[in-house]
Write a protein that binds this ligand. Structure first.
Ligand code: ISL
Length: 524
């Protein structure tokens, strides 16, 4: 595998990542639930898409109260998803195609079914009791502080253990008990779980709510005005940085540029930036404001400026995400139009930083409608987790029944049809990813916002002799491009690439283009 893109950059800078949600990716057994062998069977699909790495969401032993983000055994594959041998086969198949494999690591909490928690409950004097955050009730009774949990608005982040009379902390479901990272034995045990997978050859980790590992040792009340919002959104204890540096040192002790991307779910990018440390904490952080930015040129310009303003001075490498397993898919969020989703693909894959594609967005999927009797997720996030349609007729490459309903428009939004259609969304993602590979200006080049007419976002990417321009029309009407924004068309969000090579001096409504600057050297 090439370690560098141009001899100096680490592999993950400018790499495009593909998020696989194993339950819904591909099913090798006909059970209606996707599995690891299913991913391996479809690994060529991911390789041919043109990404450099995949991130596989949790497949560890779990009671599945939070679809695997409630881990019962960090070092075992849940039988629903296969075996460790299936995992090894997936890594081997990915590596054979030059794809890196990142897995999800959930360090902030375990399932209450985890043996550590079970021991902690059964014997309050056992060492594992301090792996968690148990506290006496507040002086007047009730939870120890006013922190609230996610998924249930305003509900306390504490659950009473009747047996001992103490509460334990849970930032998410009561079945997900927060770990106490101040305990050195817990830290060592969690480091052991990283080593387990590093020794098996994984290339890195997506670290679930990593900002939530360190807690204010005093467990003080939060500002009552904000107390109804989940504590996790605000948890930003200085101790976390030390723990993250230890994790980074562990990754760095392995050869091969093992990598981390942390889910730092803090809504201020300046706060997120601190988790890059001095280049000695996370390699990359997810940044959530872009996920909440509406489809408007001005809003995106502001979002990009805020991101570059917070990260560039630190030399911190950005990530860009439009969809994931927790949020409405961006096509759904942006109103459902397909041209808009196509323009969004150009944006995602040409900004400076590492883009993360969520499985199915390359098909232009919408969220599924999930009737009440089929709801699975306590957080209301089933719609974006619907299975990927592979075949061009029902049951779309799955067994007769799937764990969630299929998404809408399967007859056109399936892999078989889109592979055979030159102008498909899938073809567009493949074209854009190929362009990223061919043009270092897009993957690792510098970035500069350009002046543009109202409703249009334009920026320049530059590397060596190569200068590319990206111009995105967020509005539905056509727009003429001023002289300074014209260029030779390399890729348009519309059509099937038939017009590449011509000069572009105007955009259709909701069209986005990648251009080579006129007067620049012709493409090599
Ligand atoms: O899901 C959300 C909003 O709909 C987020 O607030 C989410 O809780 C947050 O991004 C943290 O997410 C991660 O940790 C959770 C898990 O449920 C998510 O699936 C995971 O991505 C708890 O482990």
């Amino acid at each position: 595998m090439d370690d560098d893109l141009d001899g100096t950059e680490p592999w993950w800078r400018g790499a495009a990542f593909y998020q696989v949600y194993p339950r819904s990716f591909a099913d090798s057994t006909g059970s209606g639930v996707g599995d690891l062998a299913g991913i391996t069977e479809r690994i060529d699909y991911i390789a041919d898409l043109g990404v450099q790495a995949l991130w596989v969401s949790p497949f560890f032993t779990s009671p599945m109260h939070d679809n695997g983000y409630d881990v019962e055994d960090y070092c075992a594959v849940d039988p629903r998803f296969g075996t460790l041998a299936d995992f090894d086969a997936l890594v081997a198949a990915a590596h054979a195609r030059g794809l890196r494999v990142m897995i999800d690591w959930v360090p902030a909490h375990t399932s209450t079914a985890h043996p550590w928690f079970q021991r902690a409950l059964s014997d309050p004097r056992c060492p594992e009791r301090d792996y968690y955050v148990f506290r006496d009730p507040a002086p007047g009774g009730g939870p120890p502080n006013n922190w609230t949990c996610a998924f249930e608005e305003g509900a306390p982040a504490w659950k009473l253990d009747d047996e001992s009379g103490q509460y334990y902390l849970h930032s998410f479901l009561p079945q997900q008990a927060d770990l106490n990272w101040h305990n050195p034995d817990l830290r060592a045990a969690m480091h052991g779980t990283l080593r387990f997978w590093l020794d098996r050859g994984v290339d890195g980790f997506r670290m679930d709510v990593i900002h939530n590992i360190g807690k204010d040792p005093a467990l003080g009340d939060r500002d009552p005005a904000l107390a109804a919002l989940p504590h996790m959104l605000f948890n930003d204890d200085p101790s976390t940085h030390r723990y993250v540096r230890e994790i980074r040192a562990l990754l760095d002790s392995y050869p091969g540029q093992r990598t981390s991307v942390g889910e730092v779910f803090l809504l201020d990018t300046a706060q997120v930036a601190t988790y890059y440390g001095q280049g000695d904490e996370l390699h990359m952080c997810f940044n959530f404001p872009p996920l909440y930015t509406e489809w408007k040129a001005e809003a995106w310009r502001g979002c990009i400026e805020a991101t570059t303003g917070a990260l560039d001075p630190l030399g911190a490498w950005p990530t860009w995400v439009l969809s994931n397993h927790d949020q409405k898919r961006h096509r759904t969020r942006y109103g459902g139009g397909i041209e808009r989703a196509r323009a969004a693909a150009v944006l995602l894959l040409t900004l400076r930083g590492s883009p993360f594609i969520y499985q199915g967005e390359e098909l232009g999927l919408l969220d599924a409608e999930v009737p009440e009797q089929r709801v699975v997720d306590p957080g209301g996030r089933d719609g974006c987790r619907a299975p990927i349609p592979w075949a061009d007729s029902a049951p779309w490459g799955w067994g007769e029944s799937t764990w969630l309903p299929m998404p809408p428009e399967c007859a056109t939004r399936n892999v078989a049809t889109q592979l055979a259609t030159p102008g498909s969304m899938l073809a567009l993602y493949r074209r854009l990813l190929a362009l990223r590979r061919r043009c270092p200006a897009l993957s690792v080049g510098s970035f500069q916002l350009l002046d543009a007419p109202a409703g249009v976002l334009a920026y320049e990417r530059r590397h060596g002799q190569e200068t590319l321009r990206v111009v995105i029309n967020f509005e539905t009407g056509p727009v003429a491009l001023p002289e300074g924004l014209r260029g030779q068309l390399l890729c348009a969000s519309t059509g099937d690439a038939g017009d590449a090579g011509g000069t572009c001096d105007a955009l259709l409504g909701e069209q986005a283009v990648v251009l080579r600057c006129l007067g620049a050297a012709p493409e090599r």
